[in-house]
Design a protein around this ligand. Structure first.
Ligand SMILES: [Ca+2]
Ligand SMILES: [Ca+2]
Ligand SMILES: [Ca+2]
Ligand SMILES: [Ca+2]
Length: 450
């Protein structure tokens, strides 16, 4: 029997609706209309005109509730019709007792092909070779050896040979599941030998949200026309490559930096599928405020936008161990490493992989950096490692301008022995060493900005 790797790749987004589980996902709640005219017209076709990326062509189900109290239609006594393919309509003329419909919002259940789950793929991992008992790429060992880089509860996994071929093509008998990882046991093969495989995992939203990045703020529209339209579709068009296809979170403020709720504007849409829409016609006091928007994108996107630092080797394992922590490195190499790296890479100073040394690693993640402690090793001695970090784009684009600039850093520079220079990462004057590298970003005078 051959274990089916395909099976673990099938998306398993199950949504419960009326006691039945469907593979799919609910859209955000939409409230397009008010009942003040002829009724509350929350039709699918009208909503899709506003938010084409936000709803599938043929929803499987629809849910409706009042905007104010989030109560079902049955609780208001309104006579209304609702259909997943048509949307929701409550006409005032059909109401006998109330004369006017309540204000409703709707959401739709879309099929799984439409859903863009808010998870993310890890890097590919290949910790083992099939030379011993087989190729053991188990989740437990991978997490232990790559702390912070794989979630504890992956939703899916993918397996390929290290050269990129499918498992099916090798004919190997393998065991694979997202909860335990991958094993190819040489003893279970007809020819007593496995191929060498690599694996990656699909992790849930919470894990990805720790690892993504915010885009810049965008403000493409003004409310002078029909409203302020900061839709994802328009923004993708106007700023190609600057926003991921499927953002994980959205953040909106007025261009003055105030929260949306402070304006009192009635917002048509503000979600990861649509972006942001404020229509002047929906406001008691038009026009809408002018808003700006930014998106939180998955790590994969962020990684395509940054740069690797140099390799750093600040410590030797001669004391308690080899401590290449981010905190120490930031102190010793100010301006050369970003404060919030997106990725970390570690190897021995002679260029070998961490897994090849067999050392038990204490710390290995983008937040804390790397540490190997001698006491944890069977031979009581760590190898000597070096680290580098992957930094966000704004850090990579920053330039250090060396003097002549002089004199705006104030007194701290004298005290720290440096000279004044300008560092665009923080948009401020810094005390720099002779090569123009800021000595310590804490000792800055933020008065001067280009
Ligand atoms: Ca409504
Ligand atoms: Ca392998
Ligand atoms: Ca705007
Ligand atoms: Ca070292």
């Amino acid at each position: 029997m051959k274990a089916s790797v395909v099976a673990v790749l099938v998306a398993t987004l199950l949504v419960e609706t009326q006691g039945t589980f469907y593979p799919g996902c609910w859209t955000p709640w939409y409230d397009r209309d008010d009942p003040s005219g002829t009724g509350d017209w929350e039709t699918l076709s009208d909503q899709r005109k506003l938010t084409p990326r936000g709803i599938c062509d043929e929803p499987l189900d629809i849910q409706t509730r009042t905007v104010q109290t989030q109560a079902p239609v049955s609780s208001t006594g309104d006579i209304a019709e609702s259909d997943p393919l048509k949307g929701f309509i409550c006409e005032n003329r059909n109401q006998i007792q109330t004369k006017m419909c309540s204000d409703y919002e709707v959401r739709y259940l879309c099929p799984v092909e439409f859903c863009h789950p808010k998870g993310c793929w890890t890097d590919w991992f290949d910790r083992d070779d099939p030379t011993g008992d087989g190729d053991w790429e188990t989740l437990e060992l991978l997490i232990k050896e790559n702390p912070g880089r794989i979630c504890k509860n992956p939703l899916h996994m993918e397996v390929l040979t290290v050269s990129g071929a499918s498992v099916e093509s090798t004919g190997d008998y393998v065991e694979a599941s997202p909860s335990s990882g991958f094993i190819c046991d040489n003893g279970k093969q007809r020819d007593k030998s496995c191929h060498d495989y690599k694996v990656r995992f699909y992790c849930p939203e919470e894990f990805c949200l720790e690892k993504g990045c915010w885009t810049d703020w965008f403000d493409r529209d003004n409310p002078s026309g029909t409203g302020d339209w900061e839709t994802l579709e328009d923004l993708h068009h106007e700023y190609p490559g600057q926003i991921c296809d499927f953002p994980l979170k959205v953040d909106v403020q007025t261009t003055a930096g105030d929260p949306v709720i402070s304006t009192g504007d009635v917002i048509t849409a503000s979600d990861i599928y649509t972006g942001f829409i404020c229509e002047n016609s929906n406001q008691l006091k038009p026009p809408c405020y002018d808003y700006k928007i930014r998106f939180f994108c998955p790590e994969e996107f962020c990684k395509s936008k940054g740069c690797w630092t140099d390799w750093f080797d600040r410590d030797n394992p001669s004391g308690k161990g080899d401590y290449e922590t981010l905190e120490d490195l930031l102190k010793e190499y100010p301006g050369q490493i970003c404060e919030f790296p997106l990725n970390i890479e570690v190897e021995t100073t002679s260029g070998n992989s961490v897994s090849s040394t067999g050392d038990v690693i204490t710390v290995y993640n983008v937040v804390s950096g790397f540490a190997c402690e001698n006491i944890n090793q069977p031979d009581k001695k760590c190898d000597d490692y070096r680290v580098r970090f992957f930094c966000p784009e704004d850090f990579c684009n920053s330039t250090v301008v060396t003097p002549p600039h002089g004199g705006n850093c104030g007194s701290p520079c004298g005290g720290y022995g440096g000279q004044c220079c300008k560092h665009y990462t923080v948009c401020s004057d810094n005390c720099c060493d002779s090569s123009g590298v800021p000595m310590d970003l804490l000792h800055t005078n933020k008065q001067q900005c280009p």
